[in-house]
Design a protein around this ligand. Structure first.
Ligand code: IMP
Ligand code: MG
Length: 183
């Protein structure tokens, strides 16, 4: 597999995060907001989204594993790193890089709901359209995309390409439509 065509340019991502950051700032004004990024993929979305938020907010991080090194979902989710903070009575916003089958998030939502947050919502940069195996209510969505496997802007293929400033599709090695210099 190799890096293929750009799906979403860096400037388009920036515009979407500004829109979402503005909405979060308005919706949670005067509230005690804790934003939780799901590592590793969401680290870049969280960092860039955070800078479009104009209200006081705290951050925490969780790490889960869902895929191993392949591109297919296993349905098995493991918490590798739990939150540092209690969330009971707090407004919690989960920040995700991408929602594919929805299995990861469904598991996370269930494990966080039993801790009794005041509210629990989701912001996702990318949502793969109509392929969730479990319906997930996403409050803030950057982009709806097709079912293709994408990399960049935090998203990896076998651990690589997270540092690309844009989102690109992965293609077979013999495909001709690559347009980036990273091999
Ligand atoms: P889900 O449980 O199928 O919704 O998958 C969630 C996780 O799988 C994401 O947080 C990503 O880490 C990974 N993932 C799903 N689709 C992609 C993709 O197209 N590119 C890179 N990672 C993906
Ligand atoms: Mg991943």
């Amino acid at each position: 597999m190799k890096v293929g065509k750009t799906l979403i340019r860096a400037e388009e991502i920036e515009t979407a995060l500004a829109r979402i950051g503005g909405a979060i700032s308005a919706d949670y004004a005067g509230k005690d907001l804790l934003m939780i990024a799901v590592l590793k993929g969401a680290f870049i979305t969280m960092a860039d989204l955070a800078r479009h938020i104009t209200i006081p907010v705290e951050f925490d991080f969780m790490a889960v594993s869902s895929y191993g090194a392949a591109t297919k979902t296993s349905g098995v989710v493991r918490i590798l790193k739990d939150l540092d903070q209690e969330i009971a009575g707090r407004h919690v916003l989960i920040v995700e890089d991408i929602i594919d089958s929805g299995l990861t998030l469904n598991y996370l939502l269930r494990s966080l709901r039993v801790r009794h947050p005041e509210s629990l919502e989701i912001a996702a940069l990318l949502v793969k359209k109509d392929i969730q195996r479990i319906p997930i209510d996403v409050k803030y969505t950057g982009f709806e995309i097709g079912p293709e496997f994408v990399i960049g802007y935090g998203l990896d293929y076998a651990g690589k390409y997270r540092n690309l400033p844009h989102v690109a599709v992965m293609v077979e090695d013999d495909a001709e439509d690559d347009d980036t210099t990273i091999e």
